[in-house]
Design a protein around this ligand. Structure first.
Ligand SMILES: Cc1cc2nc3c(=O)[nH]c(=O)nc-3n(C[C@H](O)[C@H](O)[C@H](O)COP(=O)(O)OP(=O)(O)OC[C@H]3O[C@@H](n4cnc5c(N)ncnc54)[C@H](O)[C@@H]3O)c2cc1C
Length: 422
């Protein structure tokens, strides 16, 4: 029996759908195999159902956000299919887009379904065949063909195989990490996995009292147990019942997840709650409040005075952590207490001992080690006809449409390379 297609794509996610459609447009006969009953299951769940499909950042800056190792790998892909080209392409597919805060691009309709439908329609128009509810169990190479075996006993073969079965995060969308096993069985190196872009857990009991409070623009630093800086950001934070969420915390969560997995150290977030005020200015604010007529309670006058009116619950906790009684008056503040309040506002500490795990993680960090993949084509070195891209690779970008952009850019290179046959 001859091959089933010229290219088999395993995984109808962001990377697989884009690669399949482009490869078909370039003339290849493409078969997509997808485990779940529908295509783009994770696309549908993305961005709160709105799909933040790319970024406003220029390509080199977008690649830089993935950290030095992945930046080197992704730069070529991002320059080849830039965020602007992704946007233009979706416009061409009938999905106009809009810009939002934090460099994000969404479909103007606000519906992730439009993004998924556009990708699927683009592929089907080019003749892509899609088999859903088809769980791939393993892949192997024999007689210059790649053979793909499904759990139900069916099998297919093709000279070129695109592996883009996604990571282990959000397993309820179908991604349970089987792709890593296939790659390992082929003898390839998998960089250690960890959940990333995931809310973090804090043992600090007082933090739970702040649940529901969000801060639009705190300066966030993360330190390890020895006080060494692990990372920083200036993005929104949300206090939850168990710890912290929001891009400002989730972007830095990988290090916490890795420490938790090794049973190791805890980390500490230091939140600058008033990033636009220096320590001296803040000290002066407190001194000025102390001279207000009527000796008002500090909590009553401090919260509204601070930029963007910090929530009173949060200011109350800063005062409590500074050793002040709830009813402390603004004119009672001794020098040491003033110092403690300033430090509490400029470096509000939140201990972090773990994350909510793969169940709540937006992406998986780690994966197929990048040195085994050619960054210009996504071909796996030493395995003719095999391509791997998307979340299966050892990269994880921050929140903001960057992970879809990486999936699309790498898919584009793979499709062109497969069509060229080089
Ligand atoms: C809740 C949530 C929100 C997110 N929001 C955003 C966002 O707004 N912007 C952004 O850039 N990124 C976002 N992400 C990350 C983004 O979804 C991923 O980076 C992206 O989907 C990765 O693309 P992929 O094609 O590699 O994997 P996926 O999109 O996960 O696709 C992999 C596909 O392979 C299939 N598959 C798995 N195993 C098998 C098997 N054995 N046989 C056959 N098929 C299989 C899966 O069912 C899946 O359809 C979000 C993630 C989550 C979980």
């Amino acid at each position: 029996m001859g091959p089933s297609a010229e290219v088999i794509v395993v995984g109808a996610g962001a990377a697989g759908l884009w690669a399949a459609a482009r490869a078909a447009e370039l003339g290849l006969d493409v078969l997509v195999l997808e485990k779940t009953p529908r295509t783009g299951t994770k696309v549908l769940a993305s961005g709160g159902g709105r799909c933040n499909l790319t970024t406003t950042l220029p390509p080199d800056e977008a690649a830089r956000r993935f950290g030095p190792k992945a930046e080197r790998f992704l730069r070529r892909a991002f320059r080849s299919l830039t965020p602007t080209l992704v946007r233009d392409h979706f416009h061409g597919l009938g999905v106009p887009t809009v810009e939002e805060a934090l460099d994000k691009i969404f479909p103007a309709s606000g519906r992730a379904r439009d993004v998924r439908d556009a990708l699927e329609t683009w592929g089907r128009a080019g003749g892509v065949r899609i088999g859903t509810e088809c769980r791939v169990r393993g892949v192997r190479a024999e007689s210059e063909l790649w053979h793909v075996h499904a759990a139900d006993g069916r099998s297919w073969s093709a000279p070129q195989l695109f592996l883009c079965a996604g990571g282990k995060s959000y397993p309820r969308t179908g991604t349970t990490g089987e792709g890593y096993d296939w790659l390992a069985e082929l003898g390839l190196e998998i960089a250690p996995l960890a959940p990333a872009l995931v809310p973090v857990r804090s043992p600090d009991e007082d933090v739970g009292r702040l649940a529901g409070i969000s801060l639009p623009n705190p300066h966030v630093r993360l330190q390890d147990s020895r006080g060494r800086r692990v990372g920083s950001s200036q993005r929104p934070i949300l206090f939850t019942h168990v710890g912290l969420s929001g891009p400002g915390a989730m972007d830095l969560s990988e290090a916490i997840a890795r420490a938790e997995a090794s049973g190791g150290e805890s980390h500490r977030f230091l939140l600058d709650l008033v990033p636009d005020l220096g320590r001296d200015e803040l000290r002066q604010v407190l001194i000025d409040l102390g001279s207000r007529a009527g000796a008002p309670k500090l909590i009553r006058v401090l919260a509204p005075t601070l930029e963007r009116e910090l929530p009173r619950r949060l200011v109350a906790l800063v005062l409590e952590r500074s050793g002040l009684a709830a009813g402390a008056r603004a004119n009672e503040l001794a020098r040491a207490s003033r110092h403690a309040v300033v430090e509490g506002l400029k470096g509000f500490g939140v201990e972090a001992t773990g994350t909510l795990g793969y169940d709540q993680a937006e992406v998986t960090a780690g994966g197929l080690a990048l040195h085994q993949v050619d960054p210009g084509s996504m071909r796996v070195r030493g395995y003719p006809g095999l391509f791997c891209f998307g979340e299966l690779l050892d990269y994880a970008g921050p929140i903001g449409g960057l992970n879809f952009q990486a999936a699309f850019s790498c898919a584009e290179l793979a499709a062109h390379s497969a069509a060229r046959g080089t």
